[in-house]
Structures are given as C-alpha cells and as structure tokens.
Design a protein around this ligand. Sequence first.
Ligand code: PHE
Ligand code: NA
Length: 452
Amino acid sequence: MAQREQWGSRTGFVLAAVGSAIGLGNIWRFPYMAYENGGGAFLIPYIFALLTAGIPFMILEFGMGHKYRGSAPKVFRRLGSGREFLGWMQVVVALVISIYYVAVIGWTINYTGFALNQAWGSDPKAFFFGDYLGLTGSPFELGGIRWSILGACTLAWGVTWLAITSGVRKGIERACKILIPTLFLLVLVLIARVVTLPGAMTGLDFLFRPDFSKLTDFTVWADAYGQIFFSLSIGFSIMLAYSSYLPKDADINNNAAMTVFINCGFSLLAGVMIFSVLGNMAHATGQAVSDVAGAGVGLAFITIPAAINTMPAPVFVGTLFFLCLTMAGVSSHISIVEAVSSSFIDKFGISRKRTATLVCGFGFLATVIFTTGGGLLILDIVDHFINNLCILGLALAEILLMSWIVGLEDIQKHVNASSDFSVGNAWKLCLKLVTVGVLGYSFVMNVVTDLG
Ligand code: PHE
Ligand code: NA
C-alpha cells in the first residue's frame, strides 16, 4: 500500500487547520454572538469555553487522526467494528455543508465585484433579496437559476477541486499558505482604515462594554460553547482527516492550542473590523449602534453594503471586505471537501484525482438548487437543521464514545509522547464532564425547541 500523504511542514499543517477553522462564521457569526450576549461579557464564557472544550476537544481530534491515521470512518472502524457508521454520518453532514456553504461563497465572490461600483445601489436590502437572489416566496418555488450565482459557485468548486486533486502538500497546504497570511494582512489593513472613521469608537465600545448581568443566563454559556465547536470545525470529520497527514513525531498538543488561539484571535479582529464599520454607519445616519447591528446573511450582504455606502473610501473597504470573506470561505470549503474525499479514498482505494472529481462533480450539481430563487429559503432550513441538530449530535456521540466507552487513556498517552506539554486529569475532566454536559444540554434544548 502506498504511504499516506504528509504535510510538508508544521506551519503548513497549522495554516491548513486554521484555514478550516477561520471561515464565514468568524466574520459574521462571532461579532453578532458577542453583541447579542452582552458585548464584552461574552468574552468570559467564550474564553472559558475555549479552554475547557475547544482546546481539549481539538487535542482529542488531532490525537485520534494522528494515532489511527485515517479519515473519520477509518478512525472509528479501528475503535470497534460497529462504530464506522458514526464516521460515515459525519461525512454525510460534511458533504451537505460543502454543498450549501459554497453558495454563500458564491455570493461573496459576486459581491466582491459589486463593491467596485456599489452595484447594490441605495437600497442594499431590496437589491440583495430582489435583484440579486430573485427570492421567491417559498422554498418549494424555485423560480429559475440565477446565472451569476451559479457562475461564482462554479468558480469556487473549481478552486476546491484543484486544491484537492493536487494533493495534501501541493494542493491544500499550498492554497492555505497563500490564503491565510493574505487574509490576516487584508484584515489588518481594513482595520487600520476603519478604526479611524468617525463613530468607530462608539461601535467598539458597544462590542466590548461588558454587560455582566448576562453571565447568569445559561443560554449565553451554551451559545459560547456552540460558537466554539462550529468555529473550530470539530466534531464532524474535518480535523480528523487533516491530522491524519501529520508526520509521526508531530507535537499534537501544541499544534492544537496554536490552532485554537489563532482562530480566536482572528475572531476578535473580525469583531473590531465589523463594529468599527457599524459604529461609523450609526454615526453617519444618526442611529444607535444597536439599531444597525444585524446578523448572519443580513449583516454581510445588507448591513455592510449599506455602511459602505456612507463611507469615504467605499471601493477600497468594500472589495477588501468581500475578498476576505471569500478567502476565509474557500479555505474552509477545501477542508470540508477533503474530509469527504479522504474517507472515500481510505475506504475504496480510489485515486485522489478520481475521488475529487466525483465528489466535486456531485457537490456542484447539488449546489445548483441553492442558486435558484428559492435557494436562500432552502439554505436557511438546511443550515438550521445541520447547525442545531446534526453537528451537535455527532460531536456529542463522538465525545461520549471516546470519553465514556473507549476511554481517553490511549489517546492521552499518544498525544503526550511527542508534545511540549502534557495533558492530564484536567483534560479528561473537561472532556468527560464539561464538554459532554454542555453539548448534551444544548442538543436536548435544541431538540425540544424544534419539536415544540
Ligand atoms: N469553522 C468554519 C467557520 O467558522 C465553519 C466551517 C463549517 C468550516 C463547516 C468547515 C466546515 O466558518
Ligand atoms: Na477558512
């Protein structure tokens, strides 16, 4: 059997893992979460979640992929015969995400072009839903393909295909070595521009002013943990695949901590960027920051364009902003598709080229439905289901299996063998109790809310 592919360097691996972690979620979800949950006070549960769940879980996943040298189904098969199924469920979820995540990347690509002349005009909301998406009234009414969206999605799938076919080192690692440093640079340039705008400080004050009364609200804590899992791409096969390509002597614990801290640092930078822009918009329109702040799709494609309209350097800020979203999105997309592809390669021994073409070809065809006038409505439904139930449920199944059934001792020994710092009982406690508890609570709450 051919030897498993390997990352070319430690930096290459960390950049790829960070590339997966930093995504659309850091730029629009984190700032909104922080804002909703008490501004600066959110940082307390967030950092707590990062230390008690993010880093421990990341060490576990890196350790599993590294020790058992495989994608999710292979890793779980090695842990016991009936368990391969869990790996395949994670792969299915990854495949579904890869299909609709790319639609949003398509929008960011189109908007990078629109930003050149503020093609969204004076009413970005009407433009986004009407002229651009051609939104129909119902998910059952497709209303035809939007060709510019399909074109952009084709481009995004093409880039992902190219990265995956070219291999771990020549494709994925090389892409992330370009994308991630450029992304950090562009965000810093953007921040340098927007923090000096009038009103920016009001926006930042709004984001960081702590509202400690929120800390007694358990949902704030659950939100912080949810954000950590989604943002770190843990619990659904991605980090397992990436860490399976690490050389034997890799320092797992250190790599995991580094990945988590860089991702968190980027989230804070994104928060500073977004809230400076919102503060400036509030200043220009005479509104309160709380009235202009929005979330999700609305934040990136309606609020930010509206804010850009009122800005002194709209073309510069606008194109850079959407370019950043595009780069963050593409590097995450590559990781989701690699998780799926590596599972097929491991299981069926099909060549990387052929697998990538099959997975990307199928994914591309399925993406077409999200480029229609009903696309956003379908996307909302699928995304809600995936985020609130599938990711949480599968992460919970994985952590229950590892910490209560299989036991953490083997992985603990494995990760400590080649790492600068060792993990001990605190690490096990965080996984067995804290992570299981919070995931379990959030999952049950979500099931109850969705059924109710
Ligand atoms: N971690 C990514 C983000 O924060 C999201 C992601 C989801 C990445 C699914 C890979 C797979 O946006
Ligand atoms: Na990314």
